[in-house]
Design a protein around this ligand. Structure first.
Ligand code: F6P
Length: 553
């Protein structure tokens, strides 16, 4: 695809205009509880089951959302008019849809385990992707079996992934989520922050003889990662003494062989991927090596296949039944018509405690844009503010605002039906599940004045105890949080993000917005080399820098 300028502003699409009037006429007063009374088949109609490659299933219940037949079909029409299918097909064809960087967006080719031909600029990516996976398999099997030893002949006990953004959040989130599949005797650690505390506290209890560092950086030029990697190298060499030992203790996950070599890592220990893999979409690539090491390569392959199953669904399913399409359209409905600013994702799953943080980068780095593919500023809201924490903890902190605050906060709740830890005859799991159901029900049903009075409240207390309800949720119920289910869940959110971006007519795949801060930090970094007061900058920044110098240098 060469030009994007023929794509219209979302607000110019006929379905958008009709949705605006439908929202004003009836959408804003829509009562989901009444919709259930009127349509006994609403749950069946608006809940969709995703079948994974291994026969397992995930149920997506969209029926508690603020939609009816009219708004739903208009949203589908909006997707058609915004050419979501066309753009999706271009992504799967390897077209250079990330046009501001002149790149394909081809993370979907990383989970092409059926080895279809998937080309970028005339070259089939499948053999190359498979070769890297085979390398990851061999390496992870050697390390896990103890065949790969450190410089004193001892097996590896600790893996430290050093990376940031997409080179950190995916690996951390997935290793945490799949902890129950890990092998005793092999721990995974993650260092991302440039704050020295992160690496110091991580290395404190590690033994250099049995520690393997994975330097994860697509560009291999990210300041935080390279600084941390150099500190790790110094720490290692304090014990190992000789540079030749680096080969046994450092591997690189990157697209930049030249910089990897300069750093001193043997290119035999380099796991490559291509520039068409965006950082926030890279956990499926060599960046996922810590995951393969931690849970074993076969499990990593299941994780990829789970995502591949969602890709197939996304490509082949008509829009009306297409689960990520529905998720993306609902997000647009709330963001642009109801004026919702945020989106809550609350996993009822402690293993998923880093999932919202992971999704924040996926969603907000992708869709935090205000210029269209036609190179003009949007005249509508784009990227939603995604936040979340595992429930039930979140219920005891910020859920108050979700239930009784003044803002509309659409929410996704996630639960695995079978627990990996069914302790106390499954009591914990039943309590967890009861909260998963209760929260979504309470947010929808609320509690009216009559009910509050029946329960004995009087006078001024009554309005405080009223819950207006009608707050939308999507409940996502997996059978178990397996590698395949997690792969599917992540791919679902990736495609939701894609659909949102397609409707908003923005490029979801670049990230120019993070550049300015990086450039300024480099300039200021040099100014912090000595005690000399700075005279440049704006008065506030100048005042802060000079105070810092007085206190810290
Ligand atoms: O600064 C943002 C970013 O470019 C992210 O998109 C990326 O995931 C992260 O930095 C890390 O980049 P790299 O993998 O090249 O070190």
């Amino acid at each position: 695809m060469s030009s994007f300028s023929d794509f219209k502003l979302a607000t110019e699409l006929p379905a958008w205009k009709t949705l605006e009037s439908v929202y004003k006429k009836s959408g804003k007063d829509f009562k989901v509880k009444e919709a259930f009374d009127e349509d006994p088949k609403r749950f069946q109609k608006l809940s969709k089951t995703l079948k994974n490659y291994d026969g397992s299933q995930i149920l997506f219940d969209f029926s508690k959302n603020l939609i009816n037949d009219e708004s739903f079909s208009l949203l589908i029409q909006l997707a058609k008019e915004a050419k979501v299918e066309h753009l999706r097909d271009e992504m799967f064809k390897g077209s250079l849809i990330n046009f501001t960087e002149g790149r394909a967006v081809y993370h979907v080719a990383l989970r092409n385990r059926s080895m279809k031909t998937m080309e970028v600029e005339g070259k089939n990516t499948a053999p190359e992707v498979d070769a890297v996976l085979q390398h990851m398999k061999e390496f992870s099997e050697e390390v896990r079996s103890g065949k790969w030893t450190g410089y004193t002949g001892k097996a590896i006990t600790d893996i430290v992934n050093i990376g940031i953004g997409g080179s950190d959040l995916g690996p951390v989130m997935v290793t945490e989520a799949l902890k129950s599949y890990s092998k005793p005797g092999l721990s995974a650690h993650f260092v991302s922050n440039i704050d020295g505390t992160h690496i110091v506290e991580t290395l404190k209890n590690l033994n250099p003889e049995t520690t393997l560092f994975l330097i994860a950086s697509k560009t291999f030029t990210t300041a935080e990662t390279i600084t941390n990697a150099n500190s790790a190298k110094r720490w290692f060499l304090e014990s190992a003494k000789d540079n030749k030992h680096i080969a046994k203790h450092f591997a690189a996950l990157s697209t930049n062989a030249e910089e990897v070599e300069k750093f001193g890592i043997d290119t035999k220990n380099m796991f490559e991927f291509e520039s068409w893999v965006g950082g926030r979409y890279s956990v499926w690539s060599a960046i996922g090596l810590s995951v393969a090491l931690y849970i074993g390569y076969d499990r990593f392959e299941e994780f990829l296949k789970g995502a591949e199953a969602v890709d197939k669904h996304f490509v082949e399913t008509p829009l009306e039944d297409n689960i990520p399409v529905i998720g993306g359209l609902l997000s647009v409905w709330y963001n642009n018509f109801f004026g919702a600013q945020t989106h809550l994702v609350a996993p009822f799953d402690q293993y998923l405690h880093r999932f919202p943080a992971y999704l924040q980068q996926l969603s907000m780095e992708s869709n935090g844009k205000s210029v269209t593919r036609g190179n003009v500023f949007t005249n509508y809201q784009t990227g939603t503010i995604l936040f979340g924490e595992p429930a039930t903890n979140a219920q005891h902190s910020f859920f108050q605002l979700v239930h009784q605050g003044t803002k509309l906060i659409p929410a996704d709740f996630i639960l695995a039906a079978r627990s990996h830890n069914p302790i106390e005859h499954n009591l914990h799991q039943r309590m967890l599940a009861s909260n998963f159901f209760a929260q979504a029900e309470a947010l929808m049903v609320g509690k009216d004045e009559n009910q509050v009075k029946k329960e004995g409240a009087t006078g001024g207390l009554i309005p405080h105890k009223v819950f207006l309800g009608n707050r939308p949720t999507t409940s996502i119920l997996t059978q178990e949080m397996t590698p395949a289910a997690l792969g599917a869940l992540i791919a679902y959110y990736e495609h939701v993000t894609f659909v949102e971006g397609a409707i908003w007519n923005i490029n979801s795949f670049d990230q120019w917005g993070v550049e300015l801060g990086k450039v300024l930090a480099k300039v200021i970094g040099k100014e912090l080399d000595d005690k000399e007061k700075v005279k440049n900058h704006d008065p506030s920044t100048r005042g802060l820098i000079n105070q810092f110098k007085e206190w810290a240098l």
